[in-house]
Design a protein around this ligand. Sequence first.
Ligand SMILES: [Zn+2]
Length: 532
Amino acid sequence: MAWSLLIRNGTVLDGSGAPGEGNDVAVEGDRIADVAPGLAGAAARVIDASGLMVAPGFIDIHSHSDLFYHACPSAESKVRQGVTTEVVGMCSFSPAPVGPGRAELVKAWAGGIGSRLPIAWESFGQYLEHLRRLGPSVNIVQFVGQGALRLATVGPDNRPPTAAEHAAMERYLAEALEAGAFGFSTGLVYPPSLYAFTEELIALARSMARRGGLYFSHIRGEAAMLEDAIAEAIRIGEEGGVPVQIAHIKAAGRENWGRMERALRLVDEARARGVEVTADVYPYTAGSTKMDNLMPSWMHDGGIPRLLGRLADSEARRRAMEECLVDGERWLTLSGATGWDEIVIATCSRPEIEGMSLAALARQSGKPPAEAMFDLILSERASVSMVLFSQSEDNVAKALGHPHVMVGSDSLGLSAGPGPHPGKPHPRMYGTFPRVLGRYCREQRLFSWETAVHKMTGMPAAKLRFKDRGLVRKGFAADLTLFDPATVRDEATYPDPHRHPTGIPYVVVNGQVVVDGPRFNAVPAGRVLTPA
Ligand SMILES: [Zn+2]
């Protein structure tokens, strides 16, 4: 029998955290056929992996690519990093379900994140079918966003659901799980997710516990209320009877940097009493989100048209400034107090100001920074994203090094090449995984190669209850990433983000070689995965 692919002479890190071993890996079709030293047999293709490490394909445990697959099914900026599976539907956002007559509402909601969703579905199952027809080059694990559940039922309003609306949310969630969702996510700083009280979320969690659903949480605050917000997420899991993932764990705003240790201790304590809590982190001190997230939550009540109305109203602006302006020079939000020079415009309709800080924009326009910000969000109709420098390098390393924290890019976009994707998006879109390998593993020796790879493969695979992915094992799916430990590194930077990494010469998705040396084969090798 001839194998379809034989990878010879590499050091196999199997993803479990076990020490690397010199082994060959044989692939037949979409499966790993054998893992052993000196495999001798005919193969249609042989890759010499001398000097390379052979790892399971990386699993991005937290991504927003579902808002961009229709524009970029190749997911090139992601697969070039070694990622073969993405977990999407995060932070309360997902393209489905869409309630009857609510398509425009969902389009506007996704539009605020720069996505033009061609909504031609209502149910979660119809949406997954659409995803399959797109033919993505990466495997997709789709969660349902609790914001989408609320939009489909309550709508964009700031109020508790009626009993009938809550029952409808649980029905939508059950349908999504039935169709292939892995669980639900919250984004408790984003409307309308943030309008949910804890009890509403516990009830939702309880309704999916029996089906094995997972709860992934962008928590209610990552600054002054960090510990309370983590405690809330843990409580939802504990009382709802479901495993919890704390998304992109961070302590935002310098006055809160000291909270990170306590936050990680809460995770440890919950685990010690038997709650399955884990977390993920991206390897950067800046975050990125929509700029209208800087507005206090009352301004969002009623959706984007109402937000724009308030931004045009001088009385509402005055009230926002009274609440948010600290010492006249920093802006206080759920992400902590941030200086105007630490808030950078990422993507908007005016290329000449992309990459510019709000401090610089204010100087240029001769307006106070807050007014310049209001004007920008208003003129862009809330479709403007930002990069926000709010975290400490120490804390990034502390989180990355924690034994129950894995790697998630939180990236807001995909690109099929260095050219066309607009603006100055966060470099994590291109650099997350190679940055962990190059900077934190090779240069800073924060952990071994085996541990680094485990955090990107075996650990997220266990969280997702994968039975046959995330490890280099005979019979497992042939998702493989080959990297050079001497050279692997991220190349994307804040001023120059559209750069693919170096040192990742081969990426195999379900047995198909998608990254093949300098060539990128945009084949539909990915699958929409469903829970085991
Ligand atoms: Zn988030």
